[in-house]
Write a protein that binds this ligand. Structure first.
Ligand SMILES: [Zn+2]
Length: 218
């Protein structure tokens, strides 16, 4: 191998990771639910993703929606609306995204099965969170695992597309928070749980950790 060819081989740090097109499409549809098509187009333009304007990824499982694109969209949301406004929109986008996840991946998540519905709430949350992690692990380059602690679950994204390549002062993966919020709301039949992101790879931590209290707020 020539020196030049060796030099062009990407190092692990520069590797490109992907979601399948279908999930990228779901993300943009969820964002459209929150801010309309024109809003999405403005975000895509600011994120320098003009090729996605009115041209969402196709509905297939090819790994072609890159982590760079995903985090650029989240960063553009924050730039357009400020940290607080961007956070609110990202959470709402994540919550809307769960609806599409249920539609397209619901059978895999198994959350509608009778056997699942008969479980006690704590076990439902555990099974649901692990099913969500498995779905990301099986269909994307994202890596997730769930830890079961005494009073809470820790949902850990070891390779997180939401903040991929960013540098921030405080946890910024609000879309993931929203997705988790809506999932536990749906699983529990309309209860709310305290969910907090306590670490973030983009803030220098080793992973993006979300803690989910086992007891509902209400
Ligand atoms: Zn993250």
């Amino acid at each position: 191998m020539s020196e030049h060819a060796q030099g062009s081989t990407p190092s692990p740090q520069e590797a490109t990771y992907y979601w399948p097109n279908q999930m990228g499409r779901m993300l943009l549809l969820a964002l459209e639910d929150v801010m309309g098509r024109n809003g999405v187009n403005a975000v895509l333009n600011l994120a320098k993703l003009r090729h996605r304007v009115n041209n969402y990824p196709p509905n297939n499982l090819e790994l072609e929606f890159s982590f760079d694109e995903l985090s650029a969209i989240m960063q553009a949301l924050e730039e357009m609306y400020g940290p607080r406004g961007g956070r609110n929109l990202a959470i709402r986008m994540g919550r809307a995204g769960f609806k599409y996840a249920l539609r397209d991946f619901g059978a895999l998540l198994g959350l509608s099965d009778l056997a699942f519905r008969l479980l006690p709430l704590g076990m439902k949350l555990k099974v649901g969170l692990n099913a969500m992690a498995d779905t990301f692990n099986n269909f994307t380059d994202q890596r997730v695992h769930v830890e079961d602690e005494t009073d809470r679950f820790v949902y850990r994204i070891d390779r997180c597309p939401v903040c991929w390549g960013r540098q921030v002062d405080a946890p910024c993966c609000h879309a993931a928070t929203g997705l988790l919020q809506e999932m536990v709301y749906w699983i529990s039949g309309g209860k709310s749980f305290n969910i907090e992101q306590i670490s973030c790879a983009a803030a220098g931590d080793s992973a993006c950790d979300f803690v989910i209290d086992k007891r509902p707020l209400d």
